[in-house]
Write a protein that binds this ligand. Sequence first.
Ligand code: BES
Ligand code: MN
Ligand code: ZN
Length: 499
Amino acid sequence: MQANMKITVRRGEIQKQRADALVVNLFAGSAPGGATAAVDRALGGQIRAAIDLGDFKGASGETLLLYSQGRIAAPRVLVVGLGAQPSFDAEAARRAAAQAAIALDKLGCRRAATILHGGGAGGLESAEAAQALAEASALALYRFEHYRSDPQTPLLRQLTLVEFDADKLAAVRRGVRSGLALASATAFARDLVNHPGNTVTPRYLAEQARRLAQQYSAIKVRILDEKAMAKLGMGAVLAVGQGSSNPPRFICMEYNARKREQPLVFVGKGITFDSGGLSLKSVSGIVSMKKDMAGAAAVFGAMQAVAELGLPRRVIGVVAAAENMPDGNAFRPGDALTTLSGKTIEILSTDAEGRLVLADALSYVERFKPSAVVDLATLTGACVTALGHHAAGLFANDDDLAERLLQAGAHTHERLWRLPLWPEYRQQIEGDIADVKNSGGPPGGASTAAALLAEFATGYPWAHLDIAGTASSEAHRHYVRKGGVGFGVRLLAQLARTW
Ligand code: BES
Ligand code: MN
Ligand code: ZN
């Protein structure tokens, strides 16, 4: 995939670079070292002077802009604060890079040269620091201008990453490639979430899968239409989709299909618009529901990422895509559905549709004999109430898988928080006329939804991420823009890389 930013890696000294601006950095409470000290000397001690006056402390989020006035080739120098050295990590590196990219873009700089943030004294490995820098610089300048008559593109398009130590160059280049691949995959997921429901239909999602297969020969695609789904007995996906004139699709993408190993399987909720169906949502509840396919978007992004990174793993991505609409042909509250597994579900609310399409998807993937299955879904408002926008809910029937996901999420700063799946939640959804009902009422709503999924996720280690609160952002912050976040893409890629 093409990235919005070009990053070249070069061996050299930062103060000698020709660019619209140079970027160096400072840890809070430390003296300028290495490349920052070299730039400071070239500027006649301006950085030191700002530190000594207390004007610049190197705190995280802080920047200092200096003008070189002919002392070096670049007219501007931006010093970014890295915060305290002991608490520095990959996320701090990403935030520093995002800060710099946004500031320089605002100034109108087109080309900048930068050093790594925290590659030496910061304690990050060179590849990791380079990945963080590339990932966050590209993501910070992500824009979604598709529906504007006068689209604005960022000005900053070209970064030169300058590394003094020749021994580190190969690792830095590798890190930049990974970072750009992950940024591009995340941008793909953001686009899918940001495009509205009149563009993103189940058919549109199926086309995206075909496009991935065209682009990456290691990805094979299989799409089931309504007829194929009916033949298999996917009564839940079909019921959710039957009120819409945009018919449902069941999408399977397989990467490295010929590898003889048990695959890692990702499953995404792909409700391209959730009106609630006959249990219609309120005006304020319905307005953001184009994002109800963010789980699917994460799976698409993750498939692109694993293919672009060329991971030596077998990975399968499955998306259950449907539009949930009220209609004369829509499914009803009170209906009893027969799912692919043969288990039956009684409908209390047609607005609890995500767990229905996932029920069929989780049964379907058992045929792959997965080493693990991770599903992602904007599943419940209750999870947003519990965790806000700062973490996704994690549910799992396997502690090792839960632990790996927690670690991957901590690393990529797509934070997860484990929530319970106790038998009492399963009792809450015991059916009156069918095996289970699709709502357990308000108490513990995230856990009762997960308990329904657990009924169908049998025969493999499984985890469920409720991303209802993290799929989109209300504001720009660091390398996340307002709108679709692409939550889960980097996390799933990290899980696959370390699997
Ligand atoms: N897509 C919604 C959940 C949601 C809510 C996602 C807010 C993002 C933000 C889901 O399909 C839904 O409607 N869930 C209901 C379930 C209830 C009817 C049992 C909910 O959470 O209210
Ligand atoms: Mn719903
Ligand atoms: Zn929904």
